[in-house]
Design a protein around this ligand. Structure first.
Ligand code: IVH
Length: 674
């Protein structure tokens, strides 16, 4: 039994924390300091640690994320998540408007105008007012279950502010909206990926999708996603009589609803909202790509109906990509963590879509050749949904113009530069090139890797300059007195940094794998590797063929891992990290193989299962040691039947073979069945 006092204290802390989260994430008006918030969170954590019975899924402590999963599950949507038709200019918007007018028989109607956020849509199901399941849009009919990841998004209430206004809403409902990655988080992530030698995300939408779909919720948490709600459904249908009421209700329930929302009585008002909001575009902390206009009244929405793809009562007006013309002054070269030399366009500063642009990546030599670009040329620069500006094409050749050639020596260390056959990138081959080391240290310390707070660029530069650090393992022997001697480093910060470095030893093995900076091995791949090889020794011993047995690892990645691990310098580094006390083993979710009740049993699948594809079901049965065959006989142990199961089901009944539905199969696979 939990003592009454502890119970009351936990309830009080939770209510206060929820209130402060709401003020911070949704209203953006915190009333206490971060330290006070952290203090309360720690108190609640301590109470829940002492009395685990107090811990509930909607407790603010649960935002840190549960255990990483070993695979993705899918689930069907309550009603299809369709898309929107686009209007690319005013004429197309006018023709949409005339069609609505006509279909509504010239009855008066209003629009609700909303920003079209450039993210990905997510459905959140609440049961008894609490967040129960989160599903990505997927193919519109079914999506991926990402509940644990969604819990880490601060602006998604784990518990809604019920009762709803006027008690109009039942406690089981669904909220749909857009997950976005705010611009600063996106920029930081891409900087980090650049340093890691990983391909950059083209836009925040892809980055948000990536962050939401990782297997480890702690990684989603580190990506600082945000959620804006725009639909409220009950049993798959709109819960209110108008879109406007729905937005108002969402706000009172504690969801973040975009402040840019407006009821427009006709086309002129809609056009002015579109125009006004375009001017806001550069000041918003996230990307938008247009304005969505929805017919407000639900009765009129129903009258207008849907096509197979989209509602006839809504349209997405898309803003044009912003472009500008400027001078390409110089092409310089940057050296990344993998030694790749990246050409960078240095532009005469120009305002594009409200943002001053002075640099753009040119990616590689192939891109420079494709564009036929040289310093001195006048070029067209574009920012669309993509935050990173890109050079679209050459508008006028410069006179004079200076054709770019890749340097043969590294611009940082003068090391040898080579281009491996079959690769686009040129690389500096000097293993101790300071540029590589600097980027490796920053990668190692970054939030989603070893998460060493306080180890930023300025400190890294000094550590390298003073030769206190020659590779990442040296971090673990740094002493407070050595750090205190650095510029702008007080006793307190030196102590903190040493403590942070010490703390990083507890980071789980997947992060240690990704800290090594092996090419093509980012967080997600590292997760799969650790799941397949739960100790560093097992990983080091794995052949290329072994490696390819891990989920999502193909020949290219396997090769790169082996290349890394076969290099004696790298092996020595791994040994030093082991000696420093990093986590070299991993408690993967228990292997399902040889599950009692499934192992050695023969299954026949028939009909369509509600959430799993037939291939998924087969894979899961085989993983657990079972066998799937095509026809039912006396030797069949189970028939798994979905919708429209035919003769195989009849035969099972005749032969008396036990029949399972999907839930029954899942129970068996989870070892719950007796
Ligand atoms: S309404 C059937 N409202 O745009 C109704 N969508 O092109 C579709 N989006 O998949 C959703 N902001 O991901 C709606 N205020 C907004 C939106 C919005 C962004 C996205 C959403 C949708 C896509 C449709």
């Amino acid at each position: 039994m939990v003592p009454q006092a502890a119970q009351e204290e936990a309830t009080r802390l939770r209510e206060e924390l929820r209130e402060h989260e709401y003020r911070y994430y949704v209203l953006d008006q915190p009333t206490i300091s971060d330290a006070q918030y952290d203090g309360m969170m720690r108190q609640l954590q301590a109470l829940e640690d002492a009395h685990p019975a107090l811990r509930t899924a909607d407790s603010p402590t649960q935002r840190v994320g549960g255990q990483p999963r070993s695979g993705m599950q899918t689930a069907p949507h309550s009603s299809a998540m369709l898309s929107l038709d686009n209007a690319l200019n005013e004429a197309e918007l006018r023709s949409f408007h005339s069609r609505v007018n006509e279909l509504l028989g010239a009855a008066p109607f209003q629009y609700v105008a909303e920003l079209k956020l450039d993210g990905l849509s997510l459905a959140l199901r609440y049961r008894d007012g609490k967040l129960d399941v989160a599903i990505t849009r997927g193919n519109g009919q079914q999506g991926e279950v990402v509940t644990e990841n969604a819990r880490t998004i601060g602006s998604i209430p784990l518990r809604a502010h019920l009762p709803s206004p006027g008690g109009a809403l039942p406690p089981d409902f669904e909220v749909r909206g857009e997950v976005v990655m705010p611009r600063p988080a996106f920029e930081r992530l891409n900087e980090q990926r650049d340093a890691e030698g990983l391909p950059l995300f083209a836009n925040p939408r892809n980055a948000a999708a990536g962050a939401l779909r990782v297997l480890d919720p702690a990684i989603t948490a580190s990506r600082r996603l945000d959620f804006y709600a725009y639909f409220l459904l009950v049993d798959g249908a709109p819960a209110f009589d108008s879109q406007w009421q729905c937005l108002e209700a969402l706000a009172t329930l504690g969801f973040k609803v975009n402040p840019q929302r407006r009821r427009c009585a006709g086309l002129p008002e809609l056009l002015s909202a579109i125009q006004e909001w375009e001017a806001l575009r550069p000041t918003l902390p996230y990307e938008i790509d247009g304005v969505v206009a929805k017919v407000d009244s639900r009765a009129q929405q129903d009258a207008l109906g849907w096509t197979a793809k989209a509602p006839r009562w809504a349209i997405a007006f898309k803003y044009a990509a912003s472009q500008a013309e400027t001078l390409l002054e110089r092409i310089t070269v940057q050296v990344g963590r993998t030694g790749a030399l990246t050409p960078v366009a240095n532009l005469k500063p120009v305002v594009v879509g409200g943002v001053t642009v002075s640099r753009a990546t040119l990616h590689n030599m192939d891109e420079i050749e494709r564009l036929g670009i040289a310093a001195g040329d006048t070029v067209l620069v574009e920012r669309s949904g993509d935050v990173i500006p890109k050079v679209v094409r050459v508008l006028a050749l410069g006179d004079p113009r200076e054709v770019f050639t890749m340097p043969t020596a590294c611009p940082v260390c003068q090391g040898h530069v080579v281009r491996e056959p079959g690769e686009v990138a040129y690389r500096c081959v000097n293993a101790s090139c300071p540029a590589k080391l600097r980027e490796s240290l920053l990668h190692f310390a970054s939030r989603s890797v070893m998460d060493i707070d306080g180890l930023g660029e300025a400190i890294v530069d000094q550590l390298l300059h003073t030769a206190l650090v020659r590779d990442v393992s040296d971090l673990y022997s740094l002493r407070v007195d050595q750090l205190e001697a650095l510029e702008r480093m007080g006793a307190k910060s030196a102590q903190n940094l040493v403590a942070q470095i010490e703390k990083s030893k507890q980071q789980p093995m997947p992060r240690v794998i990704s800290s090594l900076g092996i090419r093509f091995v980012g967080e997600r791949t590292a997760q799969f590797l650790a799941a397949a090889f739960p100790s560093m020794d097992a990983l080091m011993a794995a052949s290329e063929e072994d490696l390819q047995r891990a989920e999502e690892i193909g020949p290219k990645v396997a090769r790169s891992i082996r290349d890394y691990l076969d290099d004696p310098h790298n092996r020595a580094l791994v040994d030093r990290l082991r000696a420093a006390g990093l986590q070299f083993t991993f408690d993967a979710p228990p292997p399902k193989a040889m599950l009692e009740g499934v192992a050695g049993k023969t299954f026949v699948l028939t009909g369509t299962l509600p959430t799993m594809t037939r291939d998924d079901a087969k894979a899961r049965i085989e993983e657990a040691g079972g066998k799937v065959t095509g026809s039912v006989s006396k030797k069949t142990d189970y028939v798994v039947a979905g919708d429209e199961a035919g003769s195989k089901l009849d035969k099972a009944r005749t032969l008396g073979v036990p029949v399972l539905d999907e839930a029954g199969l899942l129970a068996l696979l989870e070892g719950d069945a007796t």
